[in-house]
Design a protein around this ligand. Structure first.
Ligand code: FAD
Length: 405
């Protein structure tokens, strides 16, 4: 394949790395600029849905990706208040529709590290860590960024630029694009423990706990040592100070609501408190510059849709650029990216994640019973079971997105 135009990718998180790899594999020269000196290995997203696994397979890294995580065929909804399993969904019903009828729980920094290894093997790729983008300009012939690294300032130019620089995106701010939406008043508390919840209560590797007092999510991840650990997520009330929410006592209290250990303590490996938002950028493109991943949309993590959608953005962008190998910013197909990705995020991801949260935290007893009964009825009916998983796996959204011209 002949070398094509240069794509600049700002941000070496999972979305930036996948975008860079997909563009390099389509024959583009790529410059990846990441502000931090090292890959961020803090615990963040881990759930990768079937539709996203198909995309990761298209990059040629699926075996490494699956091997570094855990395969989760089932996921559960529990009535936490009653300690009862309400519904168990089985991805295997999707086996006629996807090569990956399961979810893989692989921590996002592992995807970054695998992607980076493959990216560095591609021709004409320049990967720079410790390189922060501070300014950008564009004209009819290309886009240029100012990069600060180790006290030096330089400029890098390309045909197109992808801002995959996270929720606080400098690229988005430099383009003056509004990040429309809101921030939840409560923060989300994440606790990681080596306690084995599957063994103790028989839950699946992904379990959603409905509770009018204090909802929760429970996930098993492999960990860097592959020994397995469980991550629990809870809401942290607005009026309680960070130190109190993060205290040992509070951590034990919350985990004991899932299963009372009768005075024994849960071994804690990690804890974190973070702010959660529902926001979508007013525009995903200004001429030669495109936004992807958290730079363009953020949502609560219930359902594990945010990063998955970011990876879908990455593949859509690489395929779109491949239709404009000469770097012509006037090509009408470039507008399709925003039509597909922004529409889908607003109409599906934002609505679904807000509904997921509401379903878990519902306080009205009648409404709560209605939600739980509906989940149980959906799981029990084969056609509804499949339709439900087509949505949660984002397979349906891929079909919908491709239908937008
Ligand atoms: C604490 C926390 C916990 C989370 N937990 C979950 C979870 O449990 N489940 C879930 O689904 N999602 C979770 N998320 C969300 C998930 O992590 C994001 O959706 C995901 O990281 C998005 O990937 P990204 O590549 O778009 O952005 P990021 O991962 O944020 O990567 C952006 C990269 O851009 C770099 N950058 C920023 N500015 C510049 C610049 N000017 N120049 C160069 N580089 C720059 C940053 O250093 C960073 O490496 C969590 C997020 C946080 C913050």
């Amino acid at each position: 394949m002949t070398r094509q135009q240069r794509i600049i990718v700002v941000g070496g998180g999972p979305v930036g790395i996948v975008t860079a790899l997909a563009c390099a594999q389509r024959g583009f020269a790529v410059t990846l600029l990441e502000a931090e000196k090292e890959v961020d290995c803090s615990p963040r997203a881990a759930t990768t849905h079937p539709s996203t696994l198909e995309m990761i397979a298209s990059l040629g890294i699926i075996d490494e990706f699956i091997a570094s995580g855990l395969v989760a065929r089932y996921f559960d909804f529990w009535d936490q208040a009653a300690h009862e399993l309400v519904a168990r969904f089985d991805h295997d019903v999707l086996r006629e529709r996807t090569a990956f009828p399961f979810v893989v729980q692989t921590e996002q920094h592992k995807l970054v590290n695998i992607g980076l290894r493959h990216l560095k093997q591609c021709a004409d790729v320049d990967v720079r860590f410790g390189a922060a983008v501070t300014e950008l300009t564009q004209d009819a012939s290309g886009v240029t960024v100012t990069v600060e690294s180790d006290g030096r300032t330089e400029r890098v130019s390309g045909a197109f630029l992808v801002g995959a620089d996270g929720g606080r995106s400098t690229v988005r701010k430099k383009l003056d694009i509004e990040f429309e939406g809101y921030t939840w008043p409560e923060r989300f508390l994440v606790l990681t423990t080596s306690f084995d919840f599957e063994k103790a209560i028989g839950c699946s590797y992904r379990s959603y706990l409905a509770d009018p007092v204090e909802w929760g999510n429970l996930f098993k991840i492999a960990g860097d040592d592959m020994k397995g650990r469980w991550r629990a997520v809870f809401p942290a009330p607005v009026d309680v100070a960070d130190e109190a929410v993060m205290s040992d006592e509070e951590a034990q209290r919350r985990l004991n609501r899932i299963l009372d250990l009768g005075g024994e303590t849960y071994p804690l490996l990690h804890r974190n408190l973070y702010r959660v938002h529902q926001r979508v950028a007013k525009s995903f493109r200004v001429n030669r510059v495109f936004l992807a991943g958290d730079a363009s949309h953020v949502n609560n993590p219930i359902g594990g849709l945010g990063l998955n959608c970011g990876i879908h953005d990455a593949l859509e962008l690489a395929d779109t650029f491949a239709l404009c190998p000469d770097g012509n910013a006037e090509a009408p197909v470039l507008d399709r990216y925003e039509r597909r990705r922004r529409t889908l995020n607003i109409e599906f991801v934002q609505q679904q994640t807000v509904a997921n949260k509401k379903r878990l935290e519902e306080k009205d007893p009648a409404e709560r019973q209605r939600h739980l009964a509906d989940l149980a009825a959906t799981a029990a009916d084969p056609a509804r079971h499949t339709a439900f998983l087509m949505r949660t796996s984002l397979l349906q959204s891929v079909i919908q997105s491709k239908a937008i011209d």
